[in-house]
Design a binder for this molecule. Structure first.
Ligand SMILES: Cc1ncc(C[n+]2csc(CCOP(=O)(O)OP(=O)(O)O)c2C)c(N)n1
Ligand SMILES: [Mg+2]
Length: 604
């Protein structure tokens, strides 16, 4: 349609009678063409219509051949198109939008290099169970398959397959509706994950009768069907929980994803059982809750006798459910706990240790079935267990308060994060994005969260580079203030996206915990040569100027007072802000809390 009107506007005026006649004929032709066009649609429009039909209103991506026009047309069709500086950030943004909304986040990229740039985010989404669809344009199939050297030639579908929950390709315009429907279902149903959808360039301009096209689209009915747990599985779990002398609940990000917040809180409170939130489950119940055993983690894990995992996997983050962390005699020995595991995936149970009571279903349905099965007079856990936890907790909280009250010069992680803790408490709706090593571990343990899904971080892989993508998506999807606490190394992975933050004028405040390096900034080259240590950066780097370069606010803060002032102003103004929090370069430890995962050399 718009092509027709552009053509007529550019037409030169007829100068003679003959020209006028010819013109008339041409006009008639144009009208017929226009009418024909009215009855036809094409791949571009079907992709847009299919996404809209399924309630998708935001696209994260980066334009180029063959999807440039698609990005324009998506925006023209009223969708929010957030255009990034690197596809990896667009991918992370899409994945966390999926986590926050339970709708698949869409990342749109060009072929080969753009596709590959987004692939880390797709794999990370699959690992973290975030629903995401990576849509990449691709080159001419016939040429790619004969390896004849097409522009950006790559067999993207084959490469995406092992990294995605599912991968599909559409070759004909009439299959766009099916392709998108399958991608949506695969991303959000069961255990969510990353899905790849390959759209060869040729599909976009393919035309089809508009009616046929419309009928080819599918509005996915019940994309993530509830999965009700079996009653006997629920009874088995309840029986085991009832027999416990030292019960413990562990909440994972699967529990946060489920958006069953009220029931989860009711379950924890009704049982009176102490709980541990995994990193992204912080805030599901307020971290200040009486039953939180977070400050007594190293006591409750080995001491518990029955552990109920809700949307949490026994992977490395929980020391695989065995070994010394769990009271085992050696690094792989079972600590003797019995486990109840509430999970959407029937394959999750027994992945690391025996699961005595698997409860398989969606977290919401499982938790409400457990609640119903417990009846109204559930006995409180034994008092000696609760008292022992309370005692440790009080001791550790007091110890932490003492550390936080110190005001060393230069500022360190504790004195800086003490400020952050106050700011987040005063702004419980703000979303906290967090990456780094020490910058991550200290923030997780010091900054309390008060509401569900407000803490977004490096997740299962501990991946650096999620920072700006997560921040942008969080701000776009929720409209809330975002505060990103970033290690200076972590920030570097996606730092150019501060331009994106400024361009869309998002309420994102980036706080860089600047200790001049990876883990710390005081390492030196042992040879004495001019090259710096591989772990350090330029000293006194002025990161705040990066934000100023694009019109945002930049602040260098060297004391808690300056940091507090800058944070309060950022939250008040909602302006894109970068605070360069200069901290002691000797403050961190190797890999933060996971020093022990570094292999140590036998030969010194
Ligand atoms: C993609 C990726 N590359 C490399 C790493 C290894 N790594 C873990 S933490 C980290 C950076 C730690 O430094 P910083 O962000 O400055 O945090 P600090 O400990 O100094 O506070 C790196 C490079 C990773 N986790 N992910
Ligand atoms: Mg650092």
């Amino acid at each position: 349609m718009d092509e027709v009107s552009t053509r007529s506007a550019a037409r030169p005026a007829a100068s003679t009678a003959e020209d006028a006649l010819k013109q008339k004929a041409r006009d008639a032709g144009t009208a017929i063409e226009a009418a024909q066009q009215l009855q036809e649609t094409d791949g571009f429009h079907l992709v847009i219509d299919a996404l809209k039909l399924n309630g998708i209103d935001t696209i994260f991506g980066l334009p180029g051949i063959p999807i440039t026009d698609l990005t324009r047309k998506l925006q023209a069709a009223g969708m929010r198109v957030i255009s990034f500086r690197h596809e990896q950030s667009a991918g992370y943004a899409a994945s966390i939008a999926g986590y926050m909304t339970q709708k698949p986040g869409i990342c749109l990229t060009v072929s080969a290099p753009g596709f590959l740039n987004a692939l880390t985010a797709l794999a990370n989404a699959t690992t973290n169970c975030f629903p995401m669809i990576l849509i990449s344009g691709s080159s001419e199939r016939e040429v790619v398959d004969l390896q004849q050297g097409d522009y950006e030639e790559m067999d993207q579908l084959a490469i995406a397959k092992p990294l995605a929950k599912a991968a599909f390709r559409v070759l004909h315009v009439e299959d766009i509706g099916i392709g998108i429907a399958r991608a949506i279902r695969a991303a959000v149903s069961g255990r969510p994950g990353g899905v790849y959808l390959d759209l060869p360039a040729k599909v976009f301009p393919q035309t089809i009768d508009a009616d046929v096209g419309k009928r080819s689209l599918i509005k996915v009915v019940d994309p993530a069907p509830r999965q009700i747990p079996a009653p006997d599985a629920v009874q088995r779990a309840i029986g085991l929980l009832k027999s416990a002398m030292r019960p413990l609940i562990i909440l994972g990000k699967g529990a946060a994803y489920a958006q069953a917040d009220a029931d989860i809180r009711a379950l924890v409170e009704k049982t009176g059982i102490p709980y541990l939130p995994m990193s992204m489950a912080k805030g599901l119940l307020p971290d200040t809750h009486d039953q939180s055993a977070a400050a007594a983690r190293s006591y409750v894990l080995p001491e518990a006798d029955v552990v109920m995992l809700i949307g949490a996997r026994l992977n490395w983050l929980l020391s695989h459910g065995k070994g010394k962390t769990w009271g085992g005699k050696s690094s792989k020995a079972w600590g003797g706990q019995k486990f109840i595991q509430v999970d959407i995936s029937p394959q999750e149970a027994d992945s690391n240790v025996r699961i005595d009571a698997p409860v398989v279903g969606d977290i919401g349905s499982c938790v409400s079935a457990l609640l119903a099965g417990m009846g109204s007079n559930w006995p409180s856990p034994p008092a000696d267990w609760l008292d022992a936890i309370a005692e440790r907790r009080a001791k550790n909280v007091a110890k932490m308060a003492e550390t936080l009250a110190k005001d060393p010069a230069p500022m360190n992680f504790h004195s800086a994060l003490n400020v952050m803790r106050d700011i987040v408490r005063a702004n419980p709706d703000a979303i906290l994005v967090n990456e780094g090593a020490n910058a991550l571990d200290f923030t997780r343990s010091i900054v309390d969260m008060f509401k569900p899904r407000k803490r977004l971080d490096v997740g299962t892989w501990g991946v650096m580079g999620i920072g700006m993508g997560f921040s942008i998506a969080a701000a776009v999807v929720s409209g809330e203030q975002v505060i990103a606490v970033e290690g200076d190394s972590a920030f570097g992975f996606s730092g150019m996206e501060v331009e994106t933050i400024c361009r869309y004028n998002l309420p994102v405040c980036v706080v860089i915990m600047n200790n001049n390096g990876v883990y710390r900034g005081d390492e030196v080259n042992p040879t004495g040569a001019a090259d710096p240590s591989p772990l350090v950066f330029v000293k006194d780097a002025r990161y705040e100027k990066l934000m100023e370069a694009f019109g945002g606010a930049g602040v260098r803060a060297t004391t808690p007072v300056e940091l507090r002032e800058a944070l309060e102003e950022a939250v008040r103004s909602r302006k894109p802000t970068l605070i360069n929090a200069v901290i002691d370069e000797g403050a961190g430890t190797e890999s933060g809390r996971i020093t022990s995962l570094n292999p140590t050399a036998r030969k010194k």
